[in-house]
Ligand binder design. Sequence first.
Ligand code: G3H
Ligand code: 13P
Ligand code: ZN
Length: 309
Amino acid sequence: MALITSKELFEKALKGKYAVGAFNVNNMEIIQGITEAALQEKSPFILQVSAGARKYAKTVYLIKLVEAAMEDTGLDTVLHLDHGEDFEICKQCVDDGFTSVMIDASKLPFEENIRETKRVVEYAHDRGVVVEAELGKLAGIEDAVNVAAADATFTDPDQAAEFVEKTGVDSLAIAIGTSHGAYKFKGEPRLDFERLEKVSALLPGFPIVLHGASSVPKEFVDFCNQYGGAIPGAQGVPEEMLRKAALMGVAKINIDTDLRLAMTGNIRKVFAEQPEVFDPRGYLKPAREAIKNMVAHKMRDVLGSSGKI
Ligand code: G3H
Ligand code: 13P
Ligand code: ZN
């Protein structure tokens, strides 16, 4: 039971043609729901902490909660910084005991992204911590109305290969049409699998990361809306596309929105059906159970990671 890096997890995932789920954590119930699912499914997993999570819960609470979950379940996990905005925050998290950090300098020009990423890689590797970087802009495919626009937005495969070589980064998030949040596609969901194929061909055996990979299941959206939610038209990445990506070199699949939907729908249900409930445990317990079930389903039926530990 320990905090580990993702190095071995990704090597095994790439060989076994499955992906490891990286789940965003913000509080105890989310951490417990995910780790209980992993225990049940005997699945590897990553817990990741965003800037929003640090602001909401404070890093120290999240670290201690993750450590408690490891002690309770006897599992190993990766404690990962999600979308680290600069060198300083990455350094802080390395110093705090994270085993993996993401430097997201994707908004910077190519050469500057390389420079910033390399700086983080040097600091982190010296301390046994692995690094994820990002190249390209996360945006729905319909934002790129033609090939020229797609080329300007999505990850250029040749640049991806050059980036990995020059930075020494351990994994790379690429843009092929996924986006963060619950509204990923206006029409039919579509990802640029040709682009993914080119990237994996140029980087054989290298772990590719897919951000914005929640499926936003229709039943979750309907469930939320049925109990007073207002998220019409929410749409995510179909599960079969994620399975396909896992066969094509994607070793890490990021999920946050689906956790939010699972939790919120079930809290809404208690509020709507049992207005007399005012003990937070009365609604946080079913919310935690819903997270466990959703994550177990992902591991078993989408990522293919069940039974891999
Ligand atoms: O990358 C986006 C994640 O869903 C984290 O979002 O910054 O609101 O926690 P957040
Ligand atoms: P979703 O919004 O699709 O869950 O993506 C989460 C993510 O990429 C976190 O970095
Ligand atoms: Zn992300």
